[in-house]
Design a protein around this ligand. Sequence first.
Ligand code: XMP
Length: 320
Amino acid sequence: DWEMSKFVEDTVNQVRAQVGNGHVLLGLSGGVDSSVVAALLHKAIGKQLHCVYVDNGLMRYKETEEIEDLFGRAFGIDLTVAHSGDLFLGKLAGISDPEEKRKVIGGTFIEVFADKARGFGDTVKFLAQGTLYPDVIESVSPIGGPSATIKSHHNVGGLPEDLQFDLVEPLRELFKDEVREVGRELGLPSYVVDRQPFPGPGLAVRIIGDITPERIEVLQQADLRVREEIMKMPNHLDVWQYFAVLLPIQTVGVMGDNRTYESVVAVRAVESRDGMTADWYKLPYEVMDSISNRIINEVPGVNRVCYDISSKPPSTIEWE
Ligand code: XMP
């Protein structure tokens, strides 16, 4: 696409002019925006780009490995992965309130990211961010929107005072669909460019109640099956978000001659334009059936699956 290749070329030149031979730090989350910034800056400044990815232990199944493979190995970007799952889980122990979870995760993220940033010493003068045009005009937190006041959304920003950077924001003039096009132009795969939104606090807000390593694993396995089955639908890109939620209750079931007493998983799939409003997605019965069968047969500890048929408003997309 001519327009996109022109954008890439112009932006590459602008970035080079802005940073000269300076070094740039980028918090890579694996989401669309930071992924596109990474690919764009890598094209512009190569080894002057340093990406930091914080694994908070609350990512989807194998997500960290995917990011290491793509950005570290395939692109050859200088990528530092902070394996901080234990730190996050330690701080989250005993916390079940959704806003508390967000605060702890946001605060710990800043702590880990700042620590890694300090590790670069004086060589890094710039911080790159995936700020988009709607963020610029709303000038609220990056995820933005009315729900920002209902749930405390966390993204970078809020770094300690001793860490001062000039910002590099190459996507400031773009809308989301343009960002995806730029990503395609840069050779990012569809599983990155067309990725569904994923909340900063990760699976923590989809594990209702206490967060334990065992419950994270149950949810990761259930979520994987939701995604695999929905991605078999030729029109799966029409579904805005789809995921599993682990409920804090157990129900009775039967397995062979035995009574079971195990967890319930809720499946959520919505259609939406921007996440501000959403309708529950009318998944075909066959898809619901295979999701349910696979979760119950393949994920130990789950014996019941429910489908969430609520729309936003008044329900939110996430359960917490
Ligand atoms: P809700 O649940 O408010 O979600 O309808 C709207 C959109 O925002 C995402 N979301 C978050 N994103 N940090 C984020 O970065 C958060 O704390 C957070 N909470 C919700 C949600 O996945 C949906 O796309």
